[in-house]
Design a protein around this ligand. Structure first.
Ligand SMILES: Cc1cc2nc3c(=O)[nH]c(=O)nc-3n(C[C@H](O)[C@H](O)[C@H](O)COP(=O)(O)O)c2cc1C
Length: 433
């Protein structure tokens, strides 16, 4: 009964994954004031490694310490000595060792936050064009990148991948999804450039393709290189599903080992199964809505044009859903994220046949359902408290695992929301010292 999930999988580079389950990237927020890895990464990833998934992908590791996704990110900024010195590398090596104790793969997700870097985490966001993220005033207007900066960032993907390999990570993933820098280059809404980095799809995809090329060149042919890509931004005028199919065809020539399919961004957080601002939203397909996995339907279409293996992430919560997705050929691997925040041994228990369904707390993490807010509460505020409170809830469970403490399933969403801000702002203050 459990064979499909337990089946090993050979990647094009020759590396074999021991099973089909992957813990997808989740930003840990466990870095120190120098944005280096800490012993908390070690504790958390040891638990996840022992938890049985064949593949663990780290939370996003930043290539630019000045424009981060969140205080507490790990940054490997090759222009900053403390990011790459012996101490920083030793911390990365300890993280990698702990995250591979059970013989699984551990891939570093490499990213640049672009315009999705909050005011308290950056003095100046940067982006393809000066198009501001309009989310309750929390994001400053970004500065459009110069050509030389674009070229520098592309080369940094390669440098960071090389450091990851040297420190013991067994693969890397280029983060091209969710509205961060690479993803913002792909979208006509955020990329208004009229040079070789904007306009046509091949131009908008140039940053991604060159970052992938730099990465592959840095690590060699025998090391897993993956890409995470949106199936659609679900935003009017944004990176569309047709654009995605075009980018996949361009990626076919780059020899990547895995394409992870997700979708959405901060304005339309469909990656978490949440609908965003109504005024510019595009609906998800009806057939996808009835499935437990958010992007499977899109992955079927991607499969028709893709030559690399696929992983679909988002919403999988039952063994039946996962096995059907593998059997129907929509995906080669199953990406799971939130269940690992509360149950680090989720994969082992699925593989052993001990559970058939994963815990899903999303429905409980809604204030209105609990009656704490009246129906007249401003909708945007309510939505923000719900989305960020739920996100904080998962962060705080990871914090507890990383500190060797038991998870706290009864923690409320309002408390998680307030704690989210307290943690982020106090870490931001520590970074500025
Ligand atoms: C707490 C949290 C942190 C996340 N951080 C990242 C990240 O750093 N990089 C990334 O690509 N996706 C990130 N994601 C998205 C997940 O990888 C995944 O796409 C999403 O949670 C849907 O999968 P799930 O339904 O199994 O949770 C994060 C999600 C959560 C809940």
């Amino acid at each position: 009964m459990t064979d499909a999930l337990a089946e090993p999988f050979r990647l094009p580079c020759g590396v074999v994954l021991p099973n089909r389950l992957c813990k997808a990237a989740m930003t840990e927020g466990l870095g120190d004031a120098q944005l280096r890895a800490t012993d908390k990464h070690e504790r958390l990833y040891r638990a996840w490694s022992e938890g049985g998934a064949g593949l663990l992908v780290t939370g996003n590791v930043m290539i630019d310490r000045h424009v981060i996704e969140r205080p507490g990110n790990v940054a490997i900024d090759v222009t900053h000595a403390a990011s790459v010195d012996g101490e920083a590398r030793a911390a990365l090596a300890r993280w990698a060792k702990a995250g591979t104790v059970a013989g699984n793969q551990l891939w570093m997700q490499i990213s640049h936050a672009g315009r999705q870097s909050p005011r308290y985490a950056t003095r100046q966001p940067v982006a393809p064009s000066a198009v501001q993220l309009d989310l309750l005033g929390n994001y400053a207007r970004p500065r459009a990148l110069r050509e030389d900066e674009i070229v520098d960032f592309i080369s940094r993907f390669g440098h960071v991948a090389k450091i990851a390999r040297e420190c013991g990570f067994t693969g890397v993933q280029v983060h091209g999804a969710h509205g961060y820098l690479i993803s913002s280059f792909l979208s006509p809404v955020t990329n208004r450039r009229d040079d070789r980095w904007g306009g046509s799809l091949p131009n908008r995809a140039r940053f991604l393709l060159e970052a992938v090329r730099a990465t592959r060149q840095a690590v060699g042919p025998d090391f897993p290189v993956a890409v995470k890509l949106n199936s659609d931004d679900f935003r009017k005028g944004g990176f569309s599903h047709e654009d995605c199919l075009g980018v996949v065809q361009l990626l076919n020539a780059e020899g990547i080992d895995l394409l992870e399919i997700s979708g959405g961004n901060y304005e339309q957080p469909r990656l978490l199964g949440v609908a965003g601002r109504a005024d510019d939203a595009l609906p998800v397909r009806a057939s996808t809505r009835v499935r437990e996995a958010y992007f499977l339907d899109y992955a079927q279409a991607i499969r028709a044009v893709a030559t690399m293996p696929l992983m679909v992430t988002g919403g999988f919560r039952t063994r039946a859903g996962m096995e059907a997705a593998l059997a129907e050929g929509g995906t080669d691997l199953i990406g799971l994220a939130r269940p690992f925040c509360t149950h680090p041994d989720t994969a082992r228990r699925l593989l052993a046949g001990e559970i058939d369904a994963l815990p899903a707390f999303e429905h409980k993490l809604v204030l209105r359902e609990r009656g704490w807010l009246s129906p007249t509460t401003p909708v945007l505020l309510l939505k923000m408290i719900n989305v960020l409170g739920a996100q904080g809830w998962y962060y705080q469970q990871m914090d507890r695992l990383a500190a060797g403490r038991p998870v706290q399933l009864g923690r409320g969403v309002l408390r998680s929301f307030l704690r989210y801000w307290w943690d982020d702002l106090s870490r931001a203050v520590a970074l500025r010292r």
